[in-house]
Design a protein around this ligand. Structure first.
Ligand code: BTN
Length: 263
C-alpha cells in the first residue's frame, strides 16, 4: 500500500520548526516552485513550505522539465527570506543538499553525493535535483525559494518519460522509506544549518559540502548559456562557486552551469 503524504504527521514531525507554521499541501499542482514564487510575491512568510503529491509542470534547471510519478517521491519548495547579500544565496542550495544526504543516509544507509551545482547522485545515477530561484530588490535578497525533487519509492522503468539515468532510494537500497519522515528529517537538519549560514558560521558546512562533492579533483566541462569551460575542479568555495584550473594553469571561478565529467 502506498503511503500518502500526511500533513498532520509532517507538522508533528517538524515540531517547533519554522516550516511547520505555514504548510501548503496540494494533491496536484503545476509546480511547487512556481506556486511558492507567487506566494512570495504576495508576501507569504519565511518558512512557507509548499508540498505536492504530483506536479503537472515540474521545472528543472536550464528550462528542463522535472518528471515524477504521483505518490512516490518528494516534491516540495521552501520559501526563505534571509538577511543575506546575493553572494551568500548559493550556500543555501548546498545546505539543502547536505541535509537531504544526511537524512537519506540515516533512513536508507545510502551514500549520496553532490554533483555541483544542484544534483544528488548515487551509484552514478541521479537521485534528486534542487531548483533555486530568488529575487533581489534594492540590492538585498527579497526571497529565496529552494525546490527539491527527490526520487523516493518510484521504481525506474520504461514508459515513465524519464530519459536520463535516474534512480530512487528504493531502487538503490531496497528500502521503502516514509516520505513524511524523510521530509521532516531533511527540514529538521536544514534549519540549524540555515541559522549557521545566516550567522556566518560556515566552516563546518563548507567542509561537508566539499567532502560530499564528487566533482572535486575531476576533469570537467562546464556548459553555461553562452560558453563551455574546461578544467580540473580544485574546490568549491565558501560561496558555493566551483573553482577550476584550466590547461594554462589559470584558476577560474564558476557560479553556474551544467557539469559534465571528462575522462
Ligand atoms: C534539476 O535537477 O534541474 C532541478 C529539479 C528540481 C525539481 C523540483 S520538484 C519540486 C520543485 N518544483 C519544481 O517545479 N521544481 C522543483
Amino acid at each position: 500500500m502506498k503511503e500518502l503524504l500526511d500533513q498532520a504527521e509532517i507538522i508533528k514531525g517538524l515540531g517547533r520548526s519554522v516550516f511547520s507554521r505555514n504548510l501548503i499541501f496540494h494533491k496536484t499542482i503545476d509546480s511547487t516552485n512556481t506556486h511558492a514564487k507567487e506566494l512570495a510575491r504576495k508576501g507569504a512568510p519565511h518558512g512557507t513550505l509548499v508540498l505536492a503529491e504530483e506536479q503537472t509542470a515540474g521545472k528543472g534547471r536550464l528550462d528542463r522539465k522535472w518528471l515524477s510519478p504521483g505518490h512516490e517521491n518528494l516534491l516540495f519548495t521552501i520559501l526563505l527570506r534571509p538577511a543575506l547579500n546575493a553572494d551568500n544565496i548559493f550556500p543555501l542550495t548546498m545546505i539543502l543538499a547536505v541535509s537531504a544526504i544526511d537524512a537519506i543516509k540515516e533512513m536508507a544507509g545510502l551514500n549520496v553525493l553532490i554533483k555541483w551545482p544542484n544534483d544528488l547522485y548515487v551509484n552514478g545515477k541521479k537521485l534528486a535535483g534542487i531548483l533555486t530561484e530568488f529575487s533581489i530588490k534594492d540590492g538585498s535578497v527579497e526571497y529565496v525559494i529552494l525546490g527539491l525533487g527527490l526520487n523516493v519509492n518510484w521504481m525506474p522503468g520504461r514508459g515513465d518519460g524519464i530519459l536520463y539515468a535516474a534512480t530512487s532510494i528504493l531502487a538503490e537500497s531496497g528500502i521503502r522509506v516514509s516520505r513524511n519522515e524523510l521530509l521532516t528529517g531533511i527540514l529538521r537538519r536544514f534549519e540549524p544549518a540555515y541559522e549557521d549560514v545566516l550567522s556566518g558560521k560556515i566552516d563546518e558546512l563548507h567542509s561537508r559540502w566539499s567532502e560530499l562533492s564528487f566533482v572535486i579533483g575531476k576533469d570537467v566541462e562546464i556548459i553555461s548559456i553562452d560558453e563551455v569551460t574546461r578544467g580540473k575542479v580544485i574546490a568549491i568555495d565558501r560561496e558555493g562557486a566551483l573553482i577550476l584550473k584550466n590547461s594554462m594553469g589559470h584558476e577560474i571561478r564558476i557560479l553556474s552551469g551544467d557539469v559534465s565529467l571528462r575522462f
